[in-house]
Design a protein around this ligand. Structure first.
Ligand code: RIB
Length: 356
């Protein structure tokens, strides 16, 4: 308040005029407006966002909830979100749930007291967040779900085309000649895990194959999950010749298990991950993966929230981003096909397949 008085004195205007210029509550004619802005500059005045928020019932804060900040996929989503928030004069407040729904509820309740203009949430599980979202909306905040959806979700959302991504990867393996396929899904209470499994199954069905239940393992979306479930798959008889790992962390764990069993990827077993993390280019062999843009997921989500904040009555939007299959060194035709062909080293066959 003392600062606003000083600005008013310096600019030679009333306190009310200063307030109108700072809060945009009324048009102030030039050159009065310019005098106020010069005085603001001279005093280095920084208005309290909280105080402004209390007056307007909204701050320039966007709240964001992510499930696992240690997974290298999610910082990409946050980066995209922050870039768009920053470009529009908003600040992002970030919370991590550790995939724990109870912690998610604590964050959801607490964040609302910051009077955010929007909430971007990557749900921790398949719980129903309808009531929480409704409460945010009633307070005038926009709500957008990203990457996976809660149960009964009827609001704005941004996801990747998970089913198509998994279908394309599985079809690629089938076209290479693989018949003994396995899949390691993420937690099946997450909609993106369900969709990836659907894509896998559709490709298998379309090729007229049957996969015994033991060849579909559910894991946590991390390296430990991928490692443990690959160990189980490698003990099955007949052993699978290819694994679709439903995220890259699972695929990294699978690679570890394969190496530990003294098997070779891809000569003995092919692996395709999902996400397309940068780290997949640094492994030996380089990991093939279904790329999805974590950055774009975050960027689109914040844009959607800002659009919704500006216009609450426009129709609900579901943005679905395309995925892209990136084939690197971790896939080859199945070993059986090589010996049947009798055409020499696995490496040569692999290169031929990748070129084709
Ligand atoms: O790696 C994290 C996974 O969980 C990603 O595939 C992403 O889609 C998320 O839901």
């Amino acid at each position: 308040m003392a600062n606003m008085k000083r600005i008013a004195e310096l600019a030679g205007v009333s306190l009310g005029t200063v307030s109108h210029v700072l809060n945009g509550t009324a048009r102030v004619r030039e050159p009065l407006r310019e005098r106020v802005l010069n005085a603001v500059h001279e005093t280095g005045y920084q208005p309290s966002q909280l105080a402004r928020g209390l007056r307007r019932d909204k701050t320039n804060i966007l709240a964001m909830i992510v499930p696992d900040i240690l997974n290298p996929f999610f910082p990409g989503v946050v980066r995209g979100a922050e870039d768009v928030a920053f470009a529009n004069g908003f600040r992002l407040v970030l919370c991590n749930t550790d995939n724990d729904h109870k912690k998610e509820l604590v964050h959801l309740n607490a964040l609302q007291t910051y009077l955010p203009s929007g909430l971007i949430v990557i749900p921790s599980d398949f719980s129903d967040l309808t009531a929480q979202a409704e409460s945010y909306r009633k307070s005038g905040a926009a709500v957008v779900c990203v990457d996976r959806l809660p149960r009964n979700w009827a609001g704005d959302s941004v996801t990747s085309d998970n089913a198509v991504g998994a279908f394309n990867a599985t079809s690629y393996l089938i076209d290479l000649g693989h018949r003994r396929l396995a899949v390691i899904t993420g937690p099946l209470h997450l909609t993106n895990s369900q969709d990836r499994l659907k894509g896998f199954k559709r490709a298998v069905r379309q090729a007229g194959l049957e996969i015994a239940p033991a060849y579909a393992q559910e894991a946590t979306f991390d390296r430990a999950g991928g490692y443990a479930k690959t160990k189980i798959l490698l003990r099955l008889l007949p052993r699978p010749t290819a694994i679709l790992a439903c995220n890259d962390m699972i695929a990294l764990g699978a690679l570890m298990a394969v190496r530990e069993e003294k098997l070779n990827c891809p000569d003995d077993i092919s692996i395709i991950g999902f996400d397309g993390l940068d780290v997949t280019e640094t492994t030996t062999p380089q990991l093939s993966s279904v790329y999805q843009s974590s950055y774009q997921l975050g960027a689109e989500a914040v844009q959607l929230a800002l659009d919704r904040f500006a216009d609450t009555s426009s129709p609900v939007r579901h943005i679905v981003l395309k995925t892209e299959l990136k084939i690197r060194e971790s896939v080859a035709p199945p070993p059986k096909l090589e010996s049947a062909n009798g055409t020499g080293s696995a490496k040569r066959l692999r290169l031929a397949a990748v070129r084709a």
